[in-house]
Design a protein around this ligand. Sequence first.
Ligand code: TXE
Length: 502
Amino acid sequence: MAPKPTTPAHFIDGEWVAPLEGGTREIRCPADGSLVATVAEGSAADSEAAIAAARRAFDSGVWSSTPAVERGALLLALADRLEAEKEEVARLEALDTGKRMVEARIDMDDIIGVFRHFGKLADADAGRVVDAGMPSVASRVVYEPVGVCSLISPWNYPLLQTSWKVAPAIAAGCAFIVKPSELTPSTSMWLVATLDDLGLPKGVGNLILGAGAAVGDPLTSDPRVDMVSFTGGLVTGKRIMASAAETVKKIALELGGKNPNVVFADADLPAAIDNALTAIFLDSGQVCSAGSRLIVEASIHDEVVDELVRRAEKIRLGGPFDERAETGPLISAAHREKVEAYVAAGIAEGAVLRTGGTRPEAEQYQAGFYYLPTILDECRSGMSCVRDESFGPVLTVETFEGDDPDSVEDAAVAIANDTHYGLAGAVWSQNAGRAERVARRLRHGTIWINDYHPYVPQAEWGGFGQSGIGRELGVAGLEEYREAKHIWHNTRSAPAGWFDAD
Ligand code: TXE
C-alpha cells in the first residue's frame, strides 16, 4: 500500500499537509459506532491551497502534455494495483460505510472496470479532420483538457463515485481536487496516495477532507476552478449549480432519482418480485438508482405485494463482517431520522404501512443505524413519499390499469414519468414489443428490461430532469472533461481583401 499520513492531513501538491486550522473528525462505522479513523477536517483556506496547487500543475502542462497513451497507462496500472490490494481497500470502504464486505468487493471489481475503461479510452480519439472545402486549408478538431476540476462525491459508493470522475479527469489531462463525503474519506485517501506512488505529477491530484459547508464554497466558486463534477443530493446540487454559475463553470451533476420499477401482469413474476427486492433493499436503499417506486398492474397487485412483504420480513440485517447478513445499516443517525420522517409523512398522507416502518429491536442492532425494510402500499402521485427521495429501504407501491393493451401501457408510462427526477427505471413484461415500447417512452437515463441494477462502464450513466446534467461513464463521461477546439490552418496565407487597402 502507498504511504498513508501519520497524522490527520489533506493531500496537496504531492504532500500530506495538516489542516490550516488544525481540525479533525472521527470516522465511525455505521454498523456499530466503532472508531475507524481520525482524519483531517478542513476549512475554506485548505481548499484554496489545493486549488492553487491544481492550477499551478495544470498551467505547467505537466500532465496535459504527457502523451494520452501514458495517461491511459497510469489508469491501467491503477486498476492492477487495486486488484492486488482489493481486500484491504474493500475493508476500508466497508468500515466507513457499514456495507457488507461482499458488496464492498463487488464495488472494487466495478471500480477496476472503470479505471480500465478510461485507461483504454484515453488515447482512442485524438480528434478529427474536417473538410473545409479548400485545398490550402487544414481544418481539424482536437480535444483539450477542461482544466482544474473539483470532484465532489457522496458516501454511498465512495470510491466508485469518485472513480467515475477521477478516471476521466486523468485520461483527459486535467488537474483535480477530490472532495469525498466527510463520512467516508478512507478510500479517497488510498486513491491519491496510490496515484502519487504510481507517478502522477505533484499537484495534479489533490484531496481535501471536510464538511461540504466548510470546504465546499471555494471548490465550487473559485475562478481558478474550470469544472465541478458533483454527485449527491438535489438540494446541494442546486446550491452548487448556483455557486458555479457566477464564473460559468462547466458542471456535471448526478442528483439521485425516484426510480420507477414497472411490472406488467404478463411479467415473469418470480423474477420480477425477486428483483424488486434487490432493486430497493440492496445497500438499504442507499443507491441513487434504487427501484424505490413499484408500479404494478392492478390485477397482480395483491399477489406481488403479499409476496414482497413476506420476503422483506425475512431479510437479514448486519454489519460488514456478518456473513449471514443480506443488507446493512443506514449511513448515520441523521440519515435514519430523515428516513423515519419520510415514512411518517407517507403514512400521514394515506399510505398503508405493510411492513417495517421501524428500527429492529434486537440488541445486536442498537449500536448501529439500522432500519427495517419497509413497504408503503396504496400510494398515489403527489404524496411526498412518491415524490421525494428517501434514500433508505422504503418501497412505495402504486398501481395502474387500462381498458385495452394500449391504455394499460399509457397508464404505466404516465405514472412512471410523473416525477421531477429521471435517473433510472425498469420494465417487466414477457411481451418483448411492449417492453421495448415502454422502455423508449420512459424519461429516465437508464432503463432495464426484465432486470434491475446491472451496469457496465462502457455505457453512459446520468439523468433526465432534475436527476442532473451531463453523463458519466461511456464515451460521454470522458467528453465532460474535454473541450473541443477547432484549428483552421491556412497553408497559403493571403490578405482577406475585405477592406479597402488605400
Ligand atoms: O448529501 P450531500 P447528503 C441524496 C439522498 C440523501 C440526500 C442528502 O437523498 O438523503 O442526498 O445526503 C458535499 N459545496 N443523495 O446530505 O449534501 C458533501 O460534503 C460543496 C443522493 O449526505 O449532497 C458530500 O461530499 N460540496 C446521492 C457531497 O457534497 C458540498 C448520494 C454529497 O453531500 C456542499 C448521496 C457544498 N455547499 C445522497 N454541501 C446520489 N446521487 O447518489 C455538501 N457537499
